[in-house]
Design a protein around this ligand. Sequence first.
Ligand code: SF4
Length: 484
Amino acid sequence: MPTVLNIPNAELDAVVEFDPVIIGKMSQSGPRYTSYPTADRFTAEFGYGNFLEALAALRMRGGRRPLSLYVHVPFCDTLCYYCACNKIITKDRSKAATYLSYLKQEIAMQARLFAGMNQIEQLHFGGGTPTYLSEKQMDELMTHLRQHFEFASDEDGEYSIEIDPRTVTRERVFSLRAQGFNRISLGVQDFDDAVQKAVNRIQPEAETVAIMQAARDAGFRSISIDLIYGLPKQNLETMTETLRKVIAASPDRIALYHYAHMPHLFKPQRRILDADMPDSSTKLAMLGLCIARLTAAGYVYIGMDHFAKPTDELAIAQRQGRLHRNFQGYSTRAESDLIACGVSAISSVGAVYSQNEKTLDAYYEKLDEGMLPIARGIKLDTDDVLRRIIIQMLMCNFELSISSIEQAHPVQFRSYFSTELEQLRTLAQDGLLIIEDDWLTVTPKGRLLIRNICMVFDRHLAQARALAAAAPDCVQPLRYSQTV
Ligand code: SF4
């Protein structure tokens, strides 16, 4: 029987329904829609010149709107076996020093390009492990950023950093707050000893809880933790205990990711023993358990993998229809262009996405030539822009006003998307959404399968699948994780 999970003291819109039968039937591999078109559609034909064109177009439109800035630090001390990120495992700290000198060059170049429209309202440090940098290196980097960009006040800006609790002390947490960060995100994944051992990430609970307390004492406005379900050695018992500890620690936000075991694609995952992996029914049951426990504890289901306290800015933004989705997940800053600095980082400026070189050598080489280190990207056409808005609205608000799309874009929704509406009707029959004259509304049951619903509007995915079906031997398989 499906379980409807009502959240105490939260509005009806914070209800999510876990239905294992429909999830089992519908789950498939699909994009996470941190961008549309998704990054696998970027091509090397897109280069520095295209980025400059996009910027010029932004200036022509009088583009002084707040910016988001992402800074990527790719280094980690040790390898977590489940990791599928673009990271560099090294204990050789001199590599970080070289990287920083190039990163600062890129930041200075971007700042020159955005001169006059360089007000930052959102900053995010991700990785890898941003706290791989020493306190002094971080200090210098933040000073460099402030010299080149204008930052909104601490009160108005959202300045976040991902930390690995194993790499920081209480004092370091206070330094990060003093350096300007006001939101912090901790990688936890699981508190169980056997699970931590199986993924090579030994992180005692007491250490994590102490760092969370330090973040509170230092005045961080939002504390987020990452969990993963589907890891080796996990089962319902270990997950129950981890959830108990997580809820007791009371983070403001929780990101609950599904572990996609793809050892053929990600080498580190080959160190995970197949025999230790939970089967798919256990994984599904763990997901149900996580949703039940977190929502019963008062967390609001934001969407995809995210939960937040009703008082957290993310939940408030969702209630007010201001939620946005970008490469860092959900965000409260809807209209920002995103400048991303660092190896493999992805920028979103106007109607283009551009991704930096993925290897350090290639990244350094382009900067040595005086160019932004762009490796690939995509320029959106009007159809992409339209579909991006639709996917964004569905992912963030779980509803779409057809008339609002028609007012903003020169299309008759029902004829333009007649094929998509046909596909949506099938999903509606399964109870995932309601189609009315003016509204598409995702039901509580459909919320967990929001990626499936968005996939209907993904023209590029449809084309790629058609191509793969026509010539299976000539086309690279699509590399997406399971939608649930
Ligand atoms: S999970 Fe995070 S800390 Fe672990 S190897 Fe990957 S990027 Fe590094």
